[in-house]
Design a protein around this ligand. Sequence first.
Ligand code: ADP
Ligand code: MG
Length: 577
Amino acid sequence: MAKGNINVAVENIFPLIKKFLYSDHEIFLRELISNATDATTKLKHLISIGEAKTELGDAKIEISIDKDAKTLTIKDQGLGMTMDEVEKYINQIAFSGAEEFLEKYKDDKNDTGVIGHFGLGFYSAFMVAEKVEIFTKSFKDEPAAHWSCDGSPEYTLVEHDKKDRGTEIVLHIAEDSTEFLEESKIRGLLTKYNRFNQVPIKFGTKKVNDPTHEPKTTKDKDGKEVTEPHRQIEVDDIINNTNPAWTKAPADLNDEDYKNFYRELYPMQFEESLFHIHLNVDYPFNLTGILFFPKLSQNLDMQKDKIQLYQNQVFVTDNVEGIVPDFLQMLKGVIDSPDIPLNVSRSYLQADGAVKKISGYITKKVADKLTSLFKKDRADFEKKWNDIKVIIEYGMLSEDKFFDKAKKFALYPTVADTYFTFDELIEKTKDTQVDKDGNHVILYAANKDAQHSYIQAAKDKGYEVLILDSPIISHLMQKLEGGDAKVKFTRVDADHIDNLIKKDDNVISKLSDEEKEKLKPIIESAVPKETYTVQLEAMDSNASPFMITVPEFMRRMKEMQATGGGGMMGMGNFPDM
Ligand code: ADP
Ligand code: MG
């Protein structure tokens, strides 16, 4: 029997593994399945280039629990290891990997974004096991090996009579980790991390109807038709889909396929998505994925359905902060990239060049998709606008490149339910809505009901009034005003609407001059003069005898001061009298 000492710099690495990765013990399973997957795909490759003279068969990975023996076993039919390879890969390399990992993160335990990402590998088994055994037979014509280690730096390595190719990792689950002997727990983990794994994963068996057997229908003695029950057969319970939609070429998928994939990804989500964006790039980085624009819904569960990050079809995290630009984090779907460094801190991610490029690429793809939807079917785009506007407006505010593209398709609805792009709006109103200083004045209301009489008055004059009610629109207006065009957004109850050039001067007053003189000080005493302007019948055909208006800049100042911002202020909506 060969005995040895794992070459340790740290006296005993295993208690450290437990300590540092306490919060994420469950990732051991993903790590071991990743190794089993690697072993299978490596063998497949060796066969394809003629270096391994063997058949792959329907190579799968099998997970099994033995409650009595308190073991959890991960078995693959991959390339296996020889004695020498176990010595090299498990005792030396896997160990140094684990040690390096701990070295890096022992000062970083609070960065929970890191823990749980890849990096620890094989030795993560010791987070849940008091003893780990490896039985492995290489595809090469060499004796099988049996490695065993109880968590101390000592291990044993002996020959074994295992006949079938591949590797079996047996975890003797520790007292404090017996939850990992529960079928439901393991099934949950497999679903979370491995439901799109590249190699089929078997977890137990299930009964299904025998497809080769057609139940016979006969007539009983009373002449009633009776159908015999389906014949049941027991088959492997394969928990994963090895070919998820995002790994396929967009040309091979139709709308129905994307819908099905959305449902597959979020089984609890019954609302369909609005549209999808298939990501597919191999230079200068590798990335595939499908993003979905969700319907905004009241369903709070929707918030839980986040974009999922995968690495080679293995789930990593649904915290994509730093990888996907902030404004797109409300999207749903999957991105899969081997090029995103996972075992690094968030701040590093944000500075990483490759990650920045990925984020830029995603932004561009989203903008391009929106542009093409807008051009292809404007009516449909307008219908979707209410659901997508928050994301787009937020994007326009936060990313200049996105702003430049989105400016061409972002829509501004009027109170009359017409949708204009910014350019269309400018064109439409350029002759009518100009003030004395030559500013182009865009009128808007934030609330159709509360500002009803102001809207009516403006409409009567033939002005276009937008209805802009999203929480970020006021910030976006400032950005739009910042361009070359001398554009001024002005709320419909602002005081200088009357200064617009196209003013109808033939107002027949409902009040006599005398009445006006009496009324004015009364109203003015009721509202703070420094904030409001009282106009008696300035708005012509309006039924109201007077209007109270607010200078636009005043209102904005107030809004900025107000907590939460954005809302309507105090008496801006003075009622009709
Ligand atoms: P990594 O997977 O990043 O290389 P691990 O610690 O997970 O690091 O594994 C170390 C090495 O052990 C692997 O590179 C591989 O050579 C070997 N190994 C682990 N599991 C298996 C397996 N199931 N079949 C064959 N080789 C394996
Ligand atoms: Mg590994």
